[in-house]
Design a protein. Structure first.
Length: 272
């Protein structure tokens, strides 16, 4: 799908009304009745998975009742770590001086998506690392990664949500749980290839981290973030997207100075 101008992408994300565009217009494809919208976001609730050392999501009810004035009023307070559930990792997370959450240009958060499916290889290997060969195999089948693409990696781990023992490799909490983490991620060699050989805007994965669970140096985070390429983790429903042709809107909470934050991610899949 051709990359849309930032203004058009923002209008789509906001649900703005547009006049009927001409045949072949990429905006037209998104608004046709055959377009399917797919929610790529896990809900935030008591079962939301967070890093073992992070504070989990908490929702405190302030009001959920009929007021003395005779009308119903609902309001809540919520509290959570930046990194948990479906969320953004801003480059500052592992690279000093790089972009914070609110500094990431909107056009890097919306655009054409490619979905690289390694679930068959990861299924029998919880420590699987997505390598450059996986990216090259995808390109051999579907063509080069387009400039400005959001590259999403499907490992199959999304089917394990929200069971922490299956998804993280352990249901323990705290620092002692970190060495027990087992889930697939992106190998540092593939991260270097994306930075050096392609011009992608963001990456995403259906696991808790773009680095595999047993990583202790987080090289993939450091390589991508040093190049100001943000990431999305715990992305849901990647099995519902085609390898190419979807358009993704990934808008995180705009936390000034934030190293990340909760995100609502959706994808438009034009009818075939």
């Amino acid at each position: 799908m051709p990359r849309l101008a930032a203004g058009a992408a923002i209008a789509i994300a906001a649900g703005a009304a547009c006049p009927p565009p001409d045949q072949g217009d990429p905006i037209a494809e998104l608004f046709r009745s055959e377009t399917a919208w797919v929610d790529l976001t896990h809900p935030f609730n008591d079962a939301t998975i967070y890093w073992p050392t992070a504070e989990p999501f908490r929702l405190d009810v302030v009001s959920a009742e009929v007021t003395p004035g005779g009308y119903y009023y609902a309001a809540n307070n919520f509290c959570a770590a930046e990194h948990g559930g479906t969320h953004l990792d801003a480059p500052i997370h592992f690279a000093a001086g790089r972009r914070t959450a609110e500094q990431i240009p909107i056009q890097m958060l919306v655009g054409p998506a490619v979905v690289i499916d390694v679930s068959a290889r990861a299924n029998g290997n919880a420590d699987y690392r997505i390598r450059t060969a996986d990216l090259e195999a995808f390109e051999a089948a579907h063509g080069p990664l387009p400039a400005g693409a959001l590259v999403l990696f499907r490992t199959g781990w999304g089917t394990r949500w929200p069971d922490p023992a299956s998804y993280l490799g352990t249901d323990r909490r705290g620092a002692e749980a970190v060495p027990l983490l087992h889930f697939p991620g992106l190998d540092s060699s593939a991260a270097r290839w994306l930075v050096a050989a392609r011009q992608v805007d963001a990456v995403g994965i259906d696991t808790p981290s773009i680095d595999y669970g047993q990583s202790s140096t987080f090289d993939t985070h450091r390589i991508l973030f040093d190049a100001n390429i943000p990431a999305f983790e715990n992305v849901a429903n990647l099995d519902r997207l085609p390898p190419t042709g979807a358009f993704v809107v990934a808008l995180p909470m705009k936390i000034e100075g934030g190293s990340g934050g909760p995100a609502r991610i959706v994808a438009a899949v034009p009818g075939r």
